[in-house]
Design a protein around this ligand. Structure first.
Ligand code: GTP
Length: 510
């Protein structure tokens, strides 16, 4: 088989397979980018929804604080009126509380006055074992004074908010900044769902202080709300949306990385993408929160199409079909070429002896003649004729004559060595040998004659010998432009005639 087209088919096959694979991969990557963009869009939507939800609830706190500011005196009754209905309608807010600032000197009097309404009231703190203990002595206290709903939060009454680190940090920041400040995440223990929440403190001053010193001096206390993060999360983000992804809310305030909420677990085998999409919420009450989300496998596969696989399959099928077709054409071509070569060989070969036939002889002599003209070389021709072959035929029959011709042809072929030499059957019992660039053609002619005689083929009716012999006419010429190769044939023929007439079984040179 021809190697060039075969190589082309192999190259086509390899490029077809790799091209299809590359195309499918490219389509898959493009699809992944679209899925990622769409997912990022979803995350941005959820972030905005959660942000809205939190701000809405903070707005409620802010509005109530505004009302408190304009009250001449804050009583338990007015506190209840302002907060109770709101709490009934808003599940995301667990409680509102009022915590006044109490300086140490006024502590005893303060506790005493409150005990008239709440027996046993005291400013308290939590011990390391979470037991309620009297708040340790400090310059100032911020005890919970009013709280709504009271029923669920009775235990909080009197609790000094500044005795717990997270509350204290938010509380002091709110005091100094004159703004709402949220605590870090706090586990809301009184909740049945044990969810995370946070407290937001809004400072209440006497008058409108404008600098840090006056804010610290004029602080009256804090109005604060307890917010349920889980509930806000649930009302901002549809549960069906959470079926498609893992989502968590992370507190990144001051570079921290505290997970406040998560919708599931990343380790449950549903997630092959591991990079989380991050969306930062606008700062809320001094806290910097971030949504981190990862799409689950179900989401990714629901967004994928069959186009990459179909492209790969289609590409492979087309490549294989075209390659097979190419191979088929190639095989057909090589069969045709073989058949053509065989035909050509047949058309140039003598059917009986297997040496070149007359047509081949003419072509070859013409070619070598032209070559010798161009290269100014010599060319020799031997014409070899079997002696008294008619007698041989007459005695042994035509078939034996044919076998004899075959043996003579083989014998002549053993003498001729060079690729440009050619042994041909020139006529019935006549052979010719073309010898380009041969100086001693007479020696080769003699070798031919001897080789035939050495066959020792019986020919009793031979006039001279009892074995088969040949006569050889030799001619050597240096052809020039305008000369014909028939001159060489005629010359060799004449030499052969001389050999015959001089007694046969001999070589005559022209
Ligand atoms: N068996 C056989 N005989 C052939 C073939 N071609 C030619 N002949 C015979 O070769 C013989 C040639 O005879 P002639 O031309 O008279 O020459 P000759 O008998 O060889 O005598 P000289 O050439 O003068 O020595 C004829 O009898 C042809 O029939 C062939 O293909 N097969």
């Amino acid at each position: 088989m021809n190697t060039k087209p075969l190589l082309a088919i192999i190259v086509f096959l390899i490029s077809g397979v790799s091209g299809s694979w590359w195309m499918a991969q490219w389509l898959k990557d493009s699809e992944t980018r679209v899925i990622e963009a769409s997912f990022e869009n979803d995350v941005a939507r959820h972030t905005a929804a959660l942000e809205r939800e939190i701000l809405l609830n903070l707005e409620i706190l802010f509005s109530i604080k505004g009302a408190l500011d304009v009250l001449p005196v804050l009583t338990e009754e007015s506190f209840d009126v302002l907060t109770r209905d709101v709490l009934a309608r808003t599940s995301a807010i667990q409680a509102f509380a009022w915590a006044p600032r109490v300086v140490h000197e006024a502590r005893a009097q303060f506790e005493l006055e409150r005990q008239s309404d709440i027996p046993g009231f005291a400013i308290t703190a939590r011990s390391p074992t979470d037991a309620v203990v009297p708040a340790p002595v400090a310059p100032e206290y911020y005890p919970v004074y009013y709280i709504e709903p009271l029923r669920d939060n009775q235990a909080a009454l009197g609790f000094d908010l500044s005795t717990e680190a997270r509350r204290r940090a938010a509380l002091l920041a709110a005091r100094d900044q004159g703004e709402m400040v949220a605590t870090a995440g706090i586990r809301l223990v009184q909740e049945t769902s044990d969810q995370v929440g946070f407290l937001v403190f809004t400072p209440v001053y006497s008058g409108r202080p404008t600098d840090l010193a006056s804010r610290r001096r004029e602080l009256i206390g804090f109005f604060n709300g307890v917010f349920r993060l889980g509930d806000m999360f649930a009302s901002a983000i549809e549960t069906t949306d959470l079926d498609t992804m893992y989502l968590r809310l992370v507190d990144r305030t001051n570079g921290q990385n505290e997970v406040l909420l998560e919708s599931g677990s990343l380790d449950d085998g549903q997630y092959s993408m591991t990079n989380a999409y991050r969306h930062t919420l606008s700062p809320i009450a001094g806290r910097q929160w971030e949504i981190q989300a990862v799409p689950n496998n179900a989401y990714v596969s629901s967004q994928r199409s069959w186009v990459p696989q179909m492209t790969l399959g289609g590409g492979l099928i087309i490549t294989l079909l075209l390659s097979s077709y190419g191979l088929m054409v190639l095989r057909k071509n090589s069969q045709l070429k073989r058949a053509k070569d065989e035909l050509e060989q047949i058309s140039l070969t003598d059917g009986l002896t297997g040496v070149a036939n007359r047509r081949h002889f003419d072509q070859h002599l013409d070619e070598q003649w032209q070559l010798s003209v161009r290269e100014l070389g010599a060319i020799s021709l031997l014409i070899i004729d079997i002696d008294h072959f008619k007698n041989f035929n007459d005695q042994f029959g035509h078939q034996a004559g044919d076998e004899c011709l075959m043996k003579v042809a083989r014998a002549l072929n053993t003498v001729i060595k060079r690729p440009t030499d050619l042994v041909a059957r020139y006529g019935g019992e006549e052979f010719a040998v073309i010898l380009p660039n041969t100086t001693r053609a007479d020696e080769l002619a003699e070798a031919c004659r001897e080789r035939v005689e050495a066959l020792r083929i019986e020919n009793p009716r031979h006039g001279v010998k009892s074995v088969l012999t040949v006569s050889v006419g030799v001619s050597t010429m240096e052809p020039h432009r305008g000369s014909e190769f028939t001159d060489l044939i005629a010359s060799a023929d004449r030499a052969l005639y001389r050999a015959k007439s001089s007694g046969r079984n001999r070589v005559e040179v022209a």
